[in-house]
Ligand binder design. Sequence first.
Ligand code: HSE
Length: 432
Amino acid sequence: MPLKARVGIIGLGTVGSGVLRLLAQQGGFFSSRLNIDLTVSAVSARSAESLDTAPAGAYRTTDPMEICARPDVDIVLELAGGCEGPLAWISAALRNGKHVVTANKALIAAHGPELFPLAAKYRRVLAFEGAVGGSIPIVKTLQESFVANDIDGMACIINGTCNHILTEMTDRKIPFLDALKEAQALGYAEADPTLDVEGMDAAHKLAILAALSYRKFVDYREMSVTGITQITPLDLELAGESGYAVKLLGVLEPGPDGNLFAHVYPALLAKGHPLASIHGVSNAVFVKGSAAGSHILSGPGAGGLPTASAVVGDLIHVCRQMGNNLFSEHTVNCMPREEKMQLVPIGALVSEYYLRFTLNDIPGAIGEIATLLARYGISINFALQKVLPGRAGVTILILTQKSRELDVRDALAKIHTFPFVAGKTQLLRIYR
Ligand code: HSE
């Protein structure tokens, strides 16, 4: 007897239409080999035009709540994005006994602690592979394949828009705003691109990965989140000449007293590091498992079809659980609100730093900076002076040895009182 599952889809944007395409392409295989017959029984979209693309026979509506209440829907795919609406729809769907698949990272990061207990209470699955890293199977890797591991650390590139922008700025020496416009035209950026470029989209995803890795709720609002808007082609050039690539990273490291270092920031990576060669819209997760060792998972991190691939994978995962009558409260209950992880403040970081100063060219300026840094216990690894055409003053690049972030910040505050400092100093961390 084939398992019959009726699917309701909320949202027919790039991901929703990708899902319809994959179901049309793979439906025969699902039916003949997996014994799973899927029917799209209801669809909601904002516009009548989008609804025209729904499969023949599917009920059509502009009200997502209808999808969550219909008796002919077993599994709801929430692919609309945003937070308020999806929270109400998914909660209603779970209460009405539907399983839910979503790719909504902002929702899972902010409301996971309410939604997972609700799913467990109604014995329904809430699956979210598409929420992090597009088609990269990182959620299942952490929930299933690596379940016997403690996670010793993770560094990830989880915003395709930022990675694309940094790649284009590096390769073509174009300014940030030009590269952003191109990324938007290619459809990678969120509706509000500040979520991407200010790092918040990556913070949502990092919070989900942190919860999966450390099995407690991690609040993205407590992370230090820095995006890429202040990165210039000059930084990328200087980093490149020194043997580094610049990437927007989400970093997880277990800290003292059971606390967690979980922050998002642009960082220099030695060109030999596996994450340094992740280009364009690709995402990658570098994860250290206590038993499994170090792994890198990489692939397309944004775009309709890659995300749709993860959503349809989840859909089949849900069907298999329905077939076994096995509703996996153990796998979904990954973000209990009552067990929250405290974060190690970013000021406690000990790292090497990239410091780019803009100075008026007076004798002794570099000496005064070096002396001041030494007073704060900051040792210099590498220094370079450049006079750049069309740029006032001189550019000084200093790469430090390992130093405490608070000391570096205090030193910079002092340096900024020097009369020969002619511009804001750029500070970037070096990830090893
Ligand atoms: N705007 C997101 C990104 C899309 O650029 O990675 C996928 O979540």
